[in-house]
Ligand binder design. Structure first.
Ligand code: PBG
Length: 328
C-alpha cells in the first residue's frame, strides 16, 4: 500500500513513538577507549590536534581508565610512547616496555577492565615504519616474526586481547601459533583486518609520535579505493584464526563494514580514528556543528553499519551523554 494509506511519519510524531521503532542502539558496552602510555610520573601531555586526548604516564593512565570504567567503558586500547626507539622496535617486546608496565598496573588496579593491546612497530622504530626495513621497504616475514614476539610479551604482561594493526601478510596465523605455544590459547586476536592507508590517521601520529620519517604506508596498508580486496583481507584473517575483525577508519568505510557484516559472523569492530574525531572537535569548537549531536549520530551510524564494538576517543563523552538519557 502506498500513500495516502501509508504514512511513515505516523511513527515519527513523538519522542516515545520514535523510541519504540528505533532499530539501532548502543550502550557503553559497545565503546572502547584508546589510551597512550608514556614514561614518567604525573604526566598528562595534551595532544593539540585531539582536544581531550593525552599522553599519560602509567599512574595517570590508570586513573583515567578507572574513571572510564566507572562510567561504563569496559574496554581500553593501549598504545605506547617508549623511552627509546631503534631500527626494529625492540622496546615493544621488552618485558619492561611502556605498554607492558601499563598492562600490569591496569591489571592490579582496575579489575574487570578489558585491556586490548595494539600490536605494531611504528611507535617503536626510529624510522616510524611498521616493521623491519629491507632497503626502503618493510620486510613482511621478518616483521611477522617480531609481531609474534611482541604479542606474546603483551599477553604475558596481561593483555586480554591482542590487536595487530601492522597489515603484514600472514601475521594473524603467526601470532595465533605463538600465543598458543606460549600458553595463551585463550587470548583472542582482534585483527585490524581491513586497515586503509588513510589521511585520517594524521592526528594520531602526533599522539603516538609515530609518523614515518620517509615515504608513507601505502605499500602495506590498503588502497582506499578497494572494496573487494577488503573482503579478501578479512577472509584470510578469518582463515588464520582471527576472533574479531576491525575496519579502520570507520565513517568513510561504512560500506566495507556493512559488507563484512553480511559475509562474516565474527564480532566486528570499527575504529573511529583520530582525524574523524579531530574534525568533529574542530567544527564543534567553532560552533559550526552541534558536537554532541553529530557525535551520537556518527556512533549510531557505525553501529547500524554493523559494528559490535567502536573504538573512539569520544567513548567517555558518549557514555556520559547516554547516562544523561540521550535520545536523538
Ligand atoms: C599503528 C596504528 C595507527 C593507528 C592505530 N594503530 C597509525 C597508523 O597506521 O599510521 C591510527 C589510529 C588513529 O588515527 O586514531 N599502526
Amino acid at each position: 500500500m502506498a500513500f495516502p494509506q501509508t504514512r511513515l511519519r505516523r511513527f515519527r510524531k513523538t519522542p516515545n513513538l520514535r523510541r519504540i521503532v528505533r532499530e539501532t542502539r548502543f550502550t557503553p558496552d559497545n565503546l572502547a577507549l584508546p589510551l597512550f602510555a608514556c614514561p614518567g610520573h604525573g604526566v598528562a601531555n595534551a595532544i593539540s590536534s585531539m582536544p581531550g586526548v593525552y599522553q599519560h604516564s602509567v599512574d595517570r593512565l590508570v586513573e583515567t581508565a578507572k574513571e572510564a570504567f566507572a562510567e561504563g567503558i569496559r574496554t581500553v586500547l593501549l598504545f605506547g610512547i617508549p623511552e627509546s626507539k631503534d631500527a626494529v622496535g625492540s622496546s615493544s617486546w621488552s618485558p619492561d616496555g611502556i605498554v607492558q608496565r601499563a598492562l600490569r598496573a591496569l591489571t592490579a588496579e582496575v579489575p574487570g577492565l578489558i585491556k586490548v593491546a595494539d600490536v605494531c612497530f611504528c611507535e617503536y622504530t626510529d624510522h616510524g615504519h611498521c616493521g623491519v626495513l629491507l632497503g626502503a621497504e618493510v620486510d613482511n616475514d621478518a616483521t611477522v616474526e617480531n609481531l609474534a614476539r611482541q604479542s606474546v610479551s603483551l599477553a604475558e604482561a596481561g593483555a586480554d586481547v591482542i590487536a595487530p594493526s601492522d597489515m603484514m601478510d600472514g601475521r594473524v596465523g603467526a601470532i595465533r601459533q605463538a600465543l598458543d605455544a606460549a600458553g595463551f590459547a585463550n587470548t583472542p586476536i582482534l585483527s585490524y583486518a581491513v586497515k586503509f592507508a588513510s589521511g585520517f590517521y594524521g592526528p594520531f601520529r602526533e599522539a603516538a609520535e609515530s609518523a614515518p620519517k620517509f615515504g608513507d604506508r601505502r605499500a602495506y596498508q590498503m588502497d582506499p579505493a578497494n572494496g573487494r580486496e577488503a573482503m579478501r583481507e578479512a577472509a584470510l584473517d578469518v582463515e588464520e584464526g582471527a576472533d574479531m575483525l576491525m575496519v579502520k577508519p570507520a565513517l568513510p568505510y561504512l560500506d566495507i563494514l556493512a559488507g563484512l557484516r553480511q559475509r562474516f559472523d565474527l564480532p566486528l569492530a570499527a575504529y573511529h580514528v583520530s582525524g574523524e574525531y579531530a574534525m568533529l572537535k574542530a567544527a564543534g569548537e567553532r560552533g559550526w556543528i552541534d558536537y554532541d549531536r553529530v557525535l551520537m549520530e556518527t556512533l549510531v551510524a557505525i553501529r547500524r553499519a554493523g559494528a559490535d564494538l567502536i573504538f573512539t576517543y569520544a567513548a567517555r563523552e558518549a557514555a556520559r551523554l547516554l547516562a544523561a538519557g540521550w535520545v536523538e
